[in-house]
Design a protein around this ligand. Structure first.
Ligand code: DC
Length: 227
């Protein structure tokens, strides 16, 4: 099987919809590769130095995008580590600040274009689970299976709050809710590759659903691919 014919499952949705957790678990069950496309945008934002980010200098951001090496290292039973230019930046990438900076640079068409081929190169046998905002609409429009996960903004804020609290980070639910609503608006309203379901995507509302139930629902969509 060549890369072009390897099956792809795209899982898109807003931040906090559970995409990352669900995609990783589904990829593990299927024995497929996994692409966390958000990590690429976060890596570029961090490499560009989000604190001094000049969003108007598109040429410099494209050069930075092309020069930023991102590598994923699997860890047994845990979240993969993400190396940016050879340095483990996993914890920095997961911060709210890196997420907001990623969302800002992700609105720049030239930056998105500079990451397109890199994302498509993840498609390899036996298959790929690709998680992001535009996996089913732009990067893998021919994907075999497409899912769009949603959840209420309140539930997503609560999930994020719990995750951060478990890590010892001090935040408020109200603050997180405001950030989530602002990020949704920016991701959904940008001119290029806005966050929206592909016409052929299956919508799953994960509000009130346990992780295992969502994983089961996704796997049900793809009986022929079950190992
Ligand atoms: O999935 P995430 O929270 O790690 O993504 C961070 C930001 O990157 C998100 O707010 C928008 C952007 N992004 C994107 O525009 N397209 C993708 N395929 C993935 C992420």
């Amino acid at each position: 099987m060549n890369a072009a014919s390897a099956p792809v499952l795209t899982i898109d949705g807003p931040s906090g919809s559970g995409k990352g957790t669900i995609s990783r678990l589904v990829a593990g069950r299927l024995g497929w590769h996994y692409l966390d496309s958000g990590a690429l945008y976060r890596a570029v934002a961090v490499a560009a130095g989000w604190a001094v980010l000049d969003l108007s200098d598109h040429a410099a951001l494209v050069r930075c995008t092309q020069a930023t090496e991102v590598a994923f290292r699997d860890t047994p039973g845990g979240e993969p580590r993400v190396l940016v230019n050879g340095v483990d930046a996993t914890d920095e990438l997961r911060t709210e600040t890196a997420g907001a900076a990623a969302s800002a640079i992700a609105a720049i068409p030239e930056v998105r274009a500079a990451l397109t081929a890199r994302q498509r190169a993840f498609s390899r046998p036996p298959g790929l689970v690709a998680d992001g905002r535009d996996m089913g609409t732009v990067i893998f429009p021919e994907a075999t299976f497409k899912v769009f996960l949603t959840a209420s903004a309140e539930e997503r804020a609560h999930r994020r709050y719990k995750q951060l609290k478990d890590k010892g980070v001090s935040v408020t639910i109200d603050g997180l809710l405001q950030e989530i609503v602002a990020r949704d608006a920016r991701d959904a309203n940008r001119a290029v590759a806005p966050l929206r379901p592909a016409p052929d995507a299956v919508l799953i509302d994960t509000t009130g659903l346990a992780v295992e139930a969502v994983v089961a629902r996704v796997l049900e969509l793809m009986p022929a691919s079950r190992p």
